[in-house]
Design a protein around this ligand. Structure first.
Ligand SMILES: [Cu+2]
Length: 120
């Protein structure tokens, strides 16, 4: 009986903690990048600054990856190689600016696998 009460107490505390987190953080913006041979299609071209989830969906027949760089920054973020039919995700915090997105596999960037995302 005592054990049950303790278990319930832990569950209740856990619930309160989760509610607190949910109130503090807004849902991240989501951007889907559809990769094909040879293009990058963005679900949206503009997004608000803050937490975001970028998804790379490979609708092509070759493996592709994603690189992301803010104009003026030397840092490059990315999603590793994603096999055909698969998806990869990257959670990050986006600062305002213009971001270049591209596929770094072979010469795919030159062939057209690139896009621009504006963060406002
Ligand atoms: Cu590629």
């Amino acid at each position: 009986m005592r054990l049950l009460a303790v278990a319930f107490g832990v569950l209740a505390l856990h619930g309160v903690a989760e509610a607190g987190v949910a109130e503090d953080s807004a849902a991240p913006a989501r951007v889907q990048v559809v990769a094909k041979e040879f293009s990058f299609g963005l679900s949206r071209l503009n997004v608000k600054a803050g937490p975001a989830v970028i998804e790379l969906a490979n609708f092509g027949q070759d493996p592709h990856d994603l690189r992301l760089q803010r104009a003026g920054s030397r840092h490059i973020a990315g999603i590793g190689v994603v096999a055909p039919g698969e998806r990869g995700e990257l959670s990050l915090k986006l600062a305002r600016g213009r971001y270049s997105l591209w596929c770094s596999v072979a010469n795919h960037r030159k062939l057209g696998m690139r896009a621009t995302l504006v963060v406002r």
